[in-house]
Design a protein around this ligand. Structure first.
Ligand code: ADP
Length: 488
């Protein structure tokens, strides 16, 4: 491949050094809003590179775990400050690499910084309990100890927040890390790691290897010296992670798909419900695992809600996320665009009625990117593919129901259970929903997307496996419990 001299090449970070892959091959990371623009070249790494990174992480683990939590926290605080000073640059890289709008990318980078600070503080909080022993002279207590080396495999949809919400807890609880970011957002990931390098983490504590999932990710799953794997991505790959981890007795944690419903009850505030549906379903081009995709609306409010939703969606501007006033950027890559377009075709073929969008935009300025119009279907039946399968695009499926009980039944009628929301003023409806819904994140009068970093994040059914991420809950995955009994 001929490399354009003016575009920077980014390397792996292994044992505290920036290294080219042993394959000596690089790959361009391109802008989905303008596919001719190369954001940077990244390494196409080999299994050997993974082995080298794991070796470095193994060498570093003893001295890292011996530091106090407060000392480890200081590295996270420093990384947060450095990232804050580079916020705009990192956010711009994110927008250019995966297409979300610049304000969204800035918000996500700020979130990454906040997560680093949250877990830096966690280094000063308790790691165990004293439990009364039956022997009056003995002291019995628990302590949380690190797993050792952890492997982190991350997707492209939150290229800063997800790597950080896995790395920060892994590190604060004393693990060393090998991370493999998605190929599409590897430049953004390198910039996050640059902040950590500048913060002075000891060599080998944080290692980054970029490349293909089937090579780099696969080697991580099967590497005998990786003690735990935390993964976010598709259900298909998640299954491979679980199988590989089980086969060698490693711990694993999976965050996968969603097919998140929003229920609009007859008594809902229409304007608020419409705004939440748009923000939950169409921001980030529908590419959030918590994105709203099924809009289950009670018949008394249906027409008013639909009209308002269509009118507001028509006002949204599609375009390059670096431009001002753009609400929705492109799909993150060509494969994703094709997936979205094929689901739109399936929706039509299965008999749903297309009421808005459904095509690639005609605007000449958008022809070089992976853009698709915000799309709304109605007359959607629960068993249609667009109501059952994760699309990961700006496609909303409207389902009309007569009762809240029917709405609840349909809301649960999918294999996923990540996030769910209801808009209602009726407290009985709200509590029935909270009680009945099979979802890890439950919202009343709030959109399905968006999470708080200090609270547990994860889903039920096919959406997640293993313990929750984020907040204090992250401790469960990244540590083991030692129960200690001391008799003088
Ligand atoms: P998405 O459809 O969101 O890209 P993937 O599951 O394909 O979801 O990707 C999520 C992460 O998993 C990425 O970092 C990707 O490179 C990695 N990955 C993909 N295939 C494999 C695999 N066979 N083994 C391990 N990791 C993989």
């Amino acid at each position: 491949m001929t490399v354009q001299e003016t575009v920077k090449t980014y390397k792996n970070f292994i044992g505290g050094k920036w290294l080219s892959s042993s394959t000596e091959k690089v790959k361009p990371s391109t802008n989905p809003a303008n596919k001719d623009e190369i954001v940077g070249y990244v390494q196409i790494s080999s299994e050997e590179d993974v082995d080298q990174a794991v070796e470095a992480a193994k060498l570093a683990k003893k001295s890292w775990r011996k530091l106090t939590g407060a000392a480890r926290g200081n590295y996270l605080y420093k990384a947060a400050n450095i990232m804050e000073s580079r916020l705009d640059e990192i956010a711009e890289t994110m927008t250019r690499e995966m297409g979300k709008t610049f304000p969204e990318a800035k918000g996500e980078t700020a979130r990454g910084i906040a997560i680093l600070r949250y877990y830096a503080g966690e280094g000063m909080r308790k790691t165990g309990d004293v439990i009364p022993a039956t022997d009056s002279k003995a002291l019995m207590y628990t302590d949380r100890v690190p797993l050792g080396v952890v492997g982190l495999i991350t997707p492209w949809n939150f290229p800063v927040a997800i790597p950080i919400w896995k790395m920060a807890p892994a590190l604060i609880y004393g693990n060393t890390v090998v991370i493999k970011p998605a190929e599409d957002t590897a430049v953004t990931a390198v910039k996050v790691i640059e902040c950590m390098e500048e913060a002075g983490f000891p060599a080998g504590v944080v290692n980054l290897v970029t490349g293909r999932g089937s090579v780099v990710g696969n080697r991580m799953i099967h590497h005998p010296d990786i003690n735990g794997i935390s993964f976010t991505g598709s259900n298909q790959t998640g299954k491979l992670v679980a199988e590989g981890a089980i086969a060698r007795g490693a711990k694993y944690q999976l965050e996968m798909g969603g097919k998140n419903p929003i229920i609009i009850a007859d008594d809902a505030d229409v304007d608020a419900a419409v705004e939440a549906t748009i923000s939950g379903g169409l921001s980030s081009t529908g590419q959030k695992c918590t994105a709203t995709s099924r809009v289950i609306v009670q018949e008394g409010i249906y027409e008013r809600f639909k009209e308002r939703l269509i009118a507001r969606t028509k006002e949204l501007t599609l375009g390059d996320g670096m431009k001002e006033n753009v609400y929705m950027g492109p799909s993150a890559n060509e494969g994703q665009l094709n997936t979205v377009l094929s689901y739109i075709e399936k929706g039509k073929a299965e008999g749903a009625t297309l009421v808005l969008g459904g095509n690639r935009p005609k605007d000449p300025e958008l022809q070089n990117g992976y853009f698709v119009e915000p799309t709304i279907f109605e007359n959607v039946k629960s068993d249609m593919a667009i109501a059952q399968e994760e699309i990961f695009g700006p496609v909303l499926a409207l389902i009309k129901v007569d009762t809240i009980q029917k709405a609840l039944e349909l809301a649960n009628d999918v294999s996923f259970g990540l996030s769910a929301s209801i808009f209602t003023k009726n407290i009985e409806n709200a509590f029935e929903f909270i009680d009945e819904i099979d979802a890890g994140l439950v919202r009343v009068n709030f959109e399905t997307a968006g999470v708080e970093l200090q609270a547990p994040f994860g889903g039920m059914k096919d959406s997640s496996s293993g313990s929750r991420e984020q907040g204090e809950a992250a401790k469960e995955f990244f540590t083991s419990i030692k129960t200690v009994f001391v008799k003088p």
